[in-house]
Structures are given as structure tokens and as C-alpha cells.
Design a protein around this ligand. Structure first.
Ligand code: SF4
Length: 489
């Protein structure tokens, strides 16, 4: 059975090609986690928050058709609370978080794990209201629930403080005409078998950023790297240059280059000549700040929209893992320590304990983008007052290996205007890139850690833990390699 889903219809307003991707090729989306993952954060948050609305009927049918049937019956019987109902009108499929019967109709509840409001929330609700109206299901309030970012968890979850409820019916009603247009556009486009897309890319690709950009731009033969890889230039200006035919860095006319910042000029020069830019003096200055014994430290953190640990606010970073490489002296053998917390417990005290056990606070510590590691350690110090002195001293001794790359003291063409540890490693030492790992970025690591508590099979769980350790280990090993590289310059 063919349905028009929320994503398909809402994408139609931004780009028909995006809608086409959403409908037929959702797996090509950046950060697509697949349907067979162990954990769906949005669903878990919704389930948890819905459970605070009281008892009700959960629509659980195996197929869409079964769920539609169950939902229809529940509404006909005027069930007081219906969770996760599904409705179809004219092939448009909507899923609602909850319908709660009020005096003359249902209040629609929409649960978001975000703290801020987004236009797309109102558009999605307008689509729900549109379908319910067409099905003659009486409705009253439209209640948008978001997470209150100032909420702090103390001893137990207090849903009335955590959830911010807003009655938004008026704003949602205003959006219905726009949604009706989008439905028409989506239907016409998808029913037309010979749908043609715009050949050129445009600002629509970035506002908001399209998840299919990589695949789509490749098909449209946008070069990579391109003008879009120029650092420190806003996207609107890049599109202006691109639309003038300036697609590559080498195409930028000299009079424009002259007006650019020093770092941009370095990037363009490296791109044109293929030679790395090296400011030996600045690199030496940085290297002179590093002393031995030397640690290389990297944390992985997890954020919960619904906080679960004492004193934590929604979506705050909680460290659950770290990797630590250690060099007693410049020539001594590299040692490695690693810690991965039990997924069922508050990891903070365990992480703090291992940090103070393994790191001598008087010695030098390197991390990449050190502001993050420092902030994590300072938070640990607040949480563990008995270890705070040592932890704060450790934080103070952290140096940032990102500095020479962020400052463009070293730049080479293959960095493509970026200075993240992954970009720098793959440019400097391509054989050690992250591409061979099962986990390739911090977002995936967080997701895998969160999913651990839902995995029943011990063997799979062990494999996932190994993936986490491999990923974090490479973060600190990459620092060892990058530091060596800088020293040899
Ligand atoms: S990258 Fe741009 S053109 Fe391609 S689907 Fe996305 S918004 Fe449309």
C-alpha cells in the first residue's frame, strides 16, 4: 500500500527532489541509522512522556492497516486516551502521539524531545489536524510538549516540571492552507512518473541543510572539494560565487582572493599549488608548550533529553567512556588505558575515579578541541567534590592539539578547509583513517552506547562495546600520530 507520509509532504515545500529521496530512498540520508536498530530515542522519549499522561489504549498493530483499523475503532468508541493512533485520509498517513478526550473532542498531543520550537513541529501538527478534520474526528486543543531545558533531575523524574506544554491550535490552524498546498505539490509530483528535478543546486539545499546533499550533489556533478569547502565564508556568499560559475577554489578571481582573510588565502594557495602551508615558528611555539610525561585524552559523552541522573539537566553531556594514551618520555613505549562505563549506571563517579587514578595532575595532557574535555572534567569535579582538586588541576593542564590546525599554522589541501581530528588524520596519515571502523563519529558512539541497554544478546553487546573502544582508542592514537607528524616538520 502506498502512503504519503509526513516527511514526504513536508519535504515538498523545500525541494521536490528531497521529497523524492524521503519517499523512495530514505536510507541515503546522512546519519540514517536504519530500521533494524536496537534503539529509537525519539520513540523511547515519547513512550516515557506519554506514560505520564495516565493510562490509555496503545495502538500496537503489526501492520499500518491493522493500526489504522484499531485507531478507527478506538475513536468510534470514544476511548478516553489513545496512544500512537494512526490515520489515513486520501492516502495521507499520519501518526499521532496521543489523543485525549476532552469535553467535545480530542486534544491532540505531540511530544518532542527538543527544548526549542521549530516551524516543522507546527507544519507536522497542521497535517495531523488536516487529516483529523477530513475524517470528521472532533478535536479541541492542540498541545505541543517540549522538554524544559532548565529542568534538573533530583532523586526522581518530575514530569510536570520536565515537560513544557503549549496550546498551539491557533498557530496550527494558520498553517493548514500552506499544508494543503504542500499536499497537492507532493501528490502531483509523486504521481507524475516522469518527474523532473531542477538541475542546479540552490540555497534550498542548506536552509535547512538537506540530509541527501552528499548523494544529490554527486549526481549533479558538484565538484568535491568545491567552493563550498572554503573555510570561514557564509553559505549564502558561497552560493553567489557558485551561481557565477566559480565552482572550485582555483576559479576564484584574484580580485576576490585579495579581499579574503589570511586563512582563506592559505587554503586557496595550498589548493592551487598542492603544497602544504607550514608556519614553522608557530608550530614550534606550540610544541614547546608540550612536556613529558604526556597524556592523550579523549572522552565520549551521552546526552539524554529526559535526564536520568542526579543534578543533570536535559541534553547535558555525561561522559561514559574515555581513552588515554601515555608517553613517559618522548622515546618511551606508548601505553594505553581505556574505560567504558556500565550502561545501566550513572557513569560519572566511575569515570572520575579512573581519571584521577590514571592521570598525574601535574603532567601535561593533550586533547583535541580541549574546551570540550575541560568542560567535561570541570563538571565531574562539581559532581565529585572529594576529587575536585585533582580533577580541576588536570583540566588546567590540558593543551589543545587542534590549535595549530585551527590557526592554519599547518594546512594541506586534503584537509578541505576543515580541522577536525578526522579531517586532519585522513589528510596527514591517510592509512589510519576512521573509515575502517564500525563507529565513525561521536554521534554514532553515543547512539551505540545508548542502545546497549536494549540489547539482550550478550555476544552482540560485546561486539558493540568493542566497536566503542576501537573508536575512542583511535581518537587518542590519532593525536599521538598527529603530534609525531608535527614534530617531524
Ligand atoms: S541536496 Fe538540494 S537539490 Fe538535492 S535533494 Fe537536497 S535540497 Fe534538493
Amino acid at each position: 500500500m502506498f502512503f504519503f507520509t509526513k516527511n514526504t509532504i513536508l519535504s515538498a515545500g523545500q525541494c521536490l527532489e528531497k521529497m523524492h529521496y524521503d519517499h523512495f530512498f530514505p536510507h541515503l540520508k546522512k546519519d540514517y541509522l536504519g530500521k533494524n536498530t536496537f534503539y529509537d530515542e525519539k520513540k523511547e522519549v515519547k513512550k516515557l512522556i506519554l506514560s505520564f499522561l495516565g493510562k490509555g489504549l496503545w495502538i500496537k498493530g503489526e501492520t499500518v492497516e491493522e493500526r489504522v483499523e484499531e485507531s478507527k475503532k478506538a475513536v468510534l468508541k470514544k476511548r478516553k486516551a489513545i496512544f500512537n493512533p494512526v490515520f489515513v485520509f486520501d492516502d495521507i498517513l499520519i501518526e499521532i502521539d496521543a489523543l485525549i478526550w476532552s469535553e467535545k473532542g480530542y486534544d491532540i498531543y505531540d511530544i518532542k524531545s527538543a527544548s526549542s520550537l521549530k516551524t516543522i513541529f507546527f507544519d507536522a501538527l497542521a497535517l495531523q489536524l488536516f487529516v483529523l478534520n477530513r475524517l470528521d474526528i472532533p478535536t479541541e486543543k492542540v498541545i505541543l510538549c517540549t522538554i524544559h531545558q532548565n529542568y534538573t533531575f533530583h532523586q526522581k523524574l518530575e514530569p510536570e516540571k520536565l515537560i513544557e506544554k503549549r496550546e498551539v491550535r491557533e498557530s496550527v490552524l494558520e498553517r493548514i492552507p500552506k499544508i494543503t498546498e504542500k499536499i497537492e505539490t507532493a501528490k502531483k509530483a509523486l504521481e507524475n512518473k516522469t518527474m523532473s528535478f531542477e538541475k542546479e543546486i540552490g540555497k534550498r539545499c542548506y536552509f535547512p541543510e538537506c540530509g541527501y546533499l552528499e548523494d544529490c550533489w554527486k549526481k549533479k556533478q558538484v565538484p568535491y572539494p568545491s567552493i563550498f569547502n572554503l573555510s570561514r565564508m557564509d553559505k549564502v556568499s558561497k552560493f553567489e560565487l557558485y551561481s557565477q560559475g566559480i565552482k572550485n577554489l582555483k576559479d576564484i578571481p584574484e580580485e576576490i582572493v585579495q579581499k579574503l582573510e589570511k586563512k582563506q588565502k592559505i587554503q586557496i594557495e595550498a589548493d592551487r599549488t598542492g603544497k602544504p602551508f607550514i608556519d614553522s615558528e608557530k608550530i614550534k611555539e606550540f610544541l614547546d608548550t608540550i612536556t613529558y610525561p604526556l597524556y592523550f585524552l579523549d572522552f565520549e559523552t551521552v546526552q539524554h533529553p529526559v535526564p536520568r541522573f542526579e543534578g543533570v539537566k536535559p541534553n547535558k553531556h555525561i561522559p561514559f567512556q574515555f581513552s588515554l594514551h601515555y608517553l613517559e618520555s618522548e622515546t618511551s613505549k606508548l601505553k594505553h588505558f581505556e574505560f567504558l562505563a556500565d550502561e545501566k549506571k550513572d557513569p560519572r563517579s566511575f569515570v572520575a575515579e579512573k581519571i584521577v587514578e590514571w592521570i598525574n595532575p601535574n603532567h601535561c595532557i593533550l586533547s583535541y578541541n580541549s574546551g570540550f574535555e575541560k568542560a567535561v572534567i570541570r563538571k565531574l569535579a562539581e559532581f565529585c567534590p572529594q576529587k575536585s582538586e585533582t580533577l580541576l588541576q588536570i583540566a588546567q593542564n590540558i593543551k589543545d592539539l587542534m590549535q595549530p590546525f585551527k590557526n592554519f599554522s599547518y594546512y594541506q589541501k586534503e584537509m578541505n578547509g576543515r580541522y577536525s581530528i578526522k579531517s586532519v588524520l585522513s589528510a596527514l596519515i591517510p592509512e589510519e583513517s576512521y573509515s575502517k571502523l564500525n563507529i565513525k563519529n561521536g554521534g554514532e558512539a553515543t547512539f551505540v552506547y545508548k542502545s546497549l541497554e536494549y540489547i539482550q544478546d550478550e555476544k552482540i553487546k560485546m561486539e558493540k562495546k568493542k566497536d566503542l573502544l576501537d573508536y575512542c582508542r583511535l581518537d587518542t592514537y590519532a593525536m599521538v600520530l598527529i603530534l609525531n607528524y608535527l614534530k617531524k616538520i
